[in-house]
Design a protein around this ligand. Sequence first.
Ligand SMILES: [Zn+2]
Length: 405
Amino acid sequence: MLRYITADYVFPISSPPLKNGVIAVDNNGTIVEVRSQKSEVRSQDIQEFKGIICPGFINTHCHLELSHLKGAIPEKAGMAGFIKNILAKRPGYTHTQVLEAIIYAEQEMINNGIVAVGDISNDESTFEQKSKSYLKYHTFFEVFDLNPSHAQDTFEEALKLQAKLRSISPSVQSSIVPHAPYSVSFELFKLICDHASKNNSIISYHNQESLSESELLINKNGAIAELFAAMGINPDYIPKTGLNSLRSTLINFSRNNKTLLVHNTYTSKEDILWAKNYFTGNLQLTTDNLFWCFCPNANLYIENKLPDYSAFIDTRANCTIGTDSLASNHSLSVLDELKVITKYAPYITLETLLTWATLNGAAFLGFDKELGSIEKGKKPGLNLISNVDLGKVQLTNGSKIKKLF
Ligand SMILES: [Zn+2]
């Protein structure tokens, strides 16, 4: 049986927003047709909603396995303080507490209209939940180690973990990725990049989340350098590149691998243009494989600073949205992230924000055949956002989400 639904606005994402547009959807959530006017639909049975309807959200950056740390890490301690607290607090929980928090956090994402997740894993604690397929996942096996002589062993551990996920859950996509520019040796980067090139896998890592990571790579000083010294890490392991963390690291990767840079809190317009140029090179491509993920609530939580969104708008960068983990956020809600961006950068249109939160994320993760836009034949999930400023067509502080499909 078909259901016809309408709202003040329908945002198909793959085409412009439709005022009072109508969606025909079948029982299992597949889109049968999208119409621009109610009068075009013969059925008398149209369900009307107040607000806007958009596709299910794609959360491109999460660490589900850190969910048990909700509320445990002090806010605004800076990146070095955050890392120190995570290392100290992460082990102090039972296996059951970790698993229960994962189940609860996944349900929170479902309730918040998220349909797919790019999830970082250091261990196997999320595998069982992922195998239940309540959400679609791409798992990023994140590796880090600055000691060059550990590179081979560290990489092989990640391969073993990946094999284990595949044995439990063959349908969950995955790839092996670096943690960040400041926590991976050149030798380990090389293993990751060679493997990604051979397997055509997608890459994601934390980029320019703090100023101290660039200070470390340019001059070997700053808060992360001090933390590493206190941890007893051999300073010879830290490469002095003389370049900021983006420019030190991205050159390890091939433009043929789709790459998602996460956070970008200290990324300048010149950095974006440099990275775009690196990814298109002399091919002069009009689109590139490079994506930029924003997690504004985590940025406020850790560094109390937000990216310069206007630089990404001006350079027409491919942006996506992530929630990061409950260790650095109060909720796992893409809508909450969009509300923060709306508050600090109200010049960004709702259509642009929703494109970041849906189709761009689906395209990066390779889920765009089914998800990311309201188009005939897709099964994207449907979200109703209420309490929207319909005059400005903008989210408000009080905007709320309800999952329709
Ligand atoms: Zn993260």
